[in-house]
Design a protein around this ligand. Structure first.
Ligand SMILES: [Zn+2]
Length: 484
């Protein structure tokens, strides 16, 4: 184990999935649109226009703040953050400065054994310093000779959330982002796709001797656009700082940029971080009032949160950690699981096995989510009961899943119509066994000469003849009887 520990804080920008932008009625999501097609006088800062706050932005921010255990301020304010940059046509960004919507809060991060330095799972509490609403700036692109500007992203609603310096490894940082992404999708407030910049992350990284409680100068890593890249970039930076300190160098407060193609960090030239933004209250917007009544309206449909649900799955259904994790990875998958458990009224672990092996594969293959399946929870429960009752065998049950999904018809109806029920009629199996023995005199001879392991091969032949519908136990019994 290294003599140093990392001290990491993350600054995330979350793009909310509202229909329109934060202060005008332009379309918010421009991912598939040509540059400068979703713009208007408000979001491009023409003189004489006034911003109007999109109520849905506040509602989504209240949901997130509450899910992060943050306090929602009854009155918060918008401020102007002044700076000059070509992608900011107004010359300022509307943001929240000293009285943001959310304050305090935390996320209890369950760190699995596989990411733990001593191989034991633990919980890391990640505190939230600040949660505020702001508008996005535009996008600039440089082709080496010219710079292009796209204002589509101007005025897209963002939530900025800054953690305390609580994370202790690159792995923990990646875990945090994974949990945050899960939560945002669970709440239905953001696509949270880092590759599409719906979730952006800057990381502040420093190191100190293990066990120390002071903070050293930190560097800031920008421009990382996947969770894996965040992990890799932070890991690189921790190693670089350790090497530097051990060589007697001082760590300077650089801003670094992650170059994904070459897996290396580069120093950024700009000293933007030191700018004086001359914040002042936004005079064109009223304060944001979130009274108890409105808060209640927003929160009344608040779902059980993913980590709570995961915990409940462990306890209530006695599922292994692995199952509980996968089944709560998405909200509609965990809803599907619970609905099936209720409809089946049998062992929850059995439902989990079928779900994780067969239903998940089907979702993947067909590009569906659990709530879109025609193989509904009652139908899946019915398949399980048909197998339990020995009406069909397991492999017929598995092939039945696809047939139900294709047709939308009930499993029992398909079994009936296609004659899939298992044959446990003694005389029917006996006839097939006799035919198999007659057709394979050499094998019968070897068996009788002592090669009893051939029994498995005989059972296989009978099953094949009966297209998998024979009861294998009975087939074996009859074979042994006639061969003996
Ligand atoms: Zn606009």
């Amino acid at each position: 184990m290294s003599d140093y520990e990392a001290v990491i804080g993350l600054e995330t920008h979350i793009q909310l999935n509202t229909t329109t932008k934060i202060f005008c009625s332009c379309k918010a999501d421009s991912w598939f649109d040509p540059p400068n097609t979703n713009i208007c006088p408000v979001c491009t800062g023409l003189p004489g226009v006034l911003p109007v706050l999109n109520q849905a932005v506040v509602e989504k921010a209240v949901l997130l703040a509450t899910a992060m255990h943050a306090e929602v301020r009854p009155v918060s304010y918008f401020d102007r953050k002044n700076y000059f940059y070509p992608d900011l046509p107004k010359g300022y960004q509307i943001s929240q400065y000293d009285q943001p919507l959310g304050s305090g809060g935390y996320l209890d991060l369950p760190v699995p054994a596989t990411s733990s330095p001593d191989g034991r799972p633990y919980v890391r509490r990640v505190t939230i310093h600040k949660l505020h609403i702001e508008e996005d700036a535009g996008k600039t692109k440089n082709d080496g000779r010219q710079r292009f500007i796209d204002f589509n992203r101007c005025g897209v609603p963002l939530i900025e959330m800054v953690t305390g310096p609580d994370l202790r490894s690159a792995d923990e940082a990646a875990q945090y982002l994974t949990r945050l992404r899960q939560l945002l999708r669970w709440l239905g407030i953001s696509e949270a796709d880092m590759e599409k910049a719906h979730l952006r992350c800057d990381a502040n990284v420093s190191i100190r001797p293990r066990g120390a409680d002071y903070l050293n100068p930190k560097t800031e890593i920008k421009n990382v656009n996947s969770i894996e890249a965040v992990r890799e970039a932070i890991q690189h930076e921790i190693q670089r700082q350790i090497r530097a300190v051990e060589a007697g160098q001082r760590i300077e407060a650089w801003t670094l940029e992650w170059d994904e193609d070459n897996s290396e960090l580069r120093k950024m030239r700009s000293k933007e971080t030191e700018a004086d933004y001359r914040y002042f209250r936004e005079p064109d917007l009223l304060p944001v009032y979130v009274d108890e009544q409105w808060k209640w309206e927003i929160l009344k449909d608040m779902p059980e949160l993913p980590l709570e649900r995961r915990q409940r799955f462990l306890q209530e259904y006695e599922l292994p950690e692995y199952d509980a994790e996968i089944l709560t990875s998405e909200r509609n998958l965990s809803d599907y699981f619970e609905a099936t458990v209720r409809a089946y009224a049998g062992d929850p672990k059995r439902v989990s096995n079928w779900l994780m092996n067969d239903v998940l594969r089907m979702l993947n293959d067909r590009g569906l989510t659990a709530d879109q399946l025609k193989l509904t929870p009652p139908f899946l429960a019915e398949v399980l009961r048909l197998v339990d009752a020995n009406t069909i065998n397991t492999s017929t049950g598995k092939s039945l899943l696809g047939k139900v999904e294709d047709s939308g018809r009930s499993p029992a109806a398909i079994v009936e119509q296609e004659g899939l029920a298992k044959v446990s009629d003694d005389s029917a199996i006996r006839n097939v066994v006799q035919a198999v023995l007659d057709a394979n005199p050499k094998e019968v001879e070897s068996y009788r000469a002592g090669k009893v392991t051939l029994i498995g091969w005989f059972v296989g032949q009978v099953m094949k003849q009966m297209r998998g519908k024979a009861d294998p136990g009975m087939a074996r019994q009859i074979l042994e009887e006639l061969l003996g």
